[in-house]
Ligand binder design. Sequence first.
Ligand SMILES: Cc1ncc(COP(=O)(O)O)c(C=O)c1O
Length: 434
Amino acid sequence: MALDVSAHFGNTDYLTDATPSAWAKGMEGSAILAIAGHVTRLKAEGADITNFTIGDFNPSIFPIPQAMREEIKAQLDAGQTNYPPAVGVPELRTAIRNLYRDKLGLDYPEGSVQVGSGARPPIYAAYRVLLEPGDVLVYPVPCWNVKYYAYLNNATGVPVETQAENGFMPTADDLRPHIRTARVIALNSPLNPCGTVISEDLLREICEEIVAENSRREAAGERPLILLYDQVYWQLTFEGYVHHTPVSLVPEMAPYTVFIDAISKCWAGTGLRVGWAVMPPWLRSKVAPLVGHMGAWSGRAEQQATAVVLSNEDHVATFNEDFQAAIKRRLSLLQDGLQSMRAKGLPADCLTAQGAIYLSARFELHGKTIAGRKIESDEDLRVLLLEKAGVAVVPFTAFGYSEGTGWVRFSVGAVTEEDVKGALTRIEALLSGK
Ligand SMILES: Cc1ncc(COP(=O)(O)O)c(C=O)c1O
């Protein structure tokens, strides 16, 4: 008979408190996952909810590219199951360099690419090799998860609040007060949670500030300021908008830029865990052993399959086109629906969808009583939409934005167009008091 281990756990109250380090005790779980847990509980109780909360895909609605599925199986059959190199298999690193050369116009040398199990390990590793304890990590809010990476690295996270009229992107003016003190600035475009894209002018101006600051630092013998540019959604940039990169706009940014990327979003492959960072080789040489020690490499078969599919222009183009169109249709439906509510005088609004899988929407209900509930916080608003309209969204407060603005994120990776229409009908009924 197996030993009942839990019978031997002893004084768990004491041990739960006394065992983890103070650092571990200070670590927070994702606020979005907590909201997703609320939705799952209500669904389990039988509630009919349209779930716009998760930055993920429902595989029955958005499967991965057919070629990718077949290629992973073929790679497993071919015995691609042993340890991959810590930097990633050479075929994938070459395919990534070719992708950047052909689609982004950036010819990176061998030794620049670090593959990991999704974007997160390269993100963590890049911050870890750049930041000393107490170093300043500046990040615009709302944004995805940077505050957790600041904590994990004992860095001082400095959030910089952005404005809706700038698509929630930071301006050079917003960042200027922090340029002297920052060790790393984190930017993300297309932006999670807002679905917006940084403009050429904005990005250029920010890069010029960074380059000027770095000239000063080099002359003074100080450590440089690095830009971590998270572009995991770049292949989901919608027509009418252009994805720009720091290095193509300002080539002097090359030594100071770390790109973050993955197939997670653009191939609906969040569970495949293939991501990468592209950076100067001297930095990659420090990131690689860390990813290796964590064993945070991507599965070998998935890496080989990604290399094959990435290298086949037809596979990629056909998938991207249909996938992007399907995402855009859902976002447009939402956008049109919310704007038509606004035109009717209802307290709803949204930004234009420019990229990624998200829409920024605003419900100006603070201080109002609706469906018998007084709305006093963004959390009240979230719960109202969830419980009274069966619509699950994430308030921008979960992305570090200030309380009380009424801005929320809609994510469309797990909904059908019918789901979107149904949700809009229920939101309109709620807002118009029907
Ligand atoms: C902006 C951004 N960067 C990185 C990631 C993480 O990607 P991965 O799942 O490949 O680790 C996400 C996931 O939601 C994201 O939104």
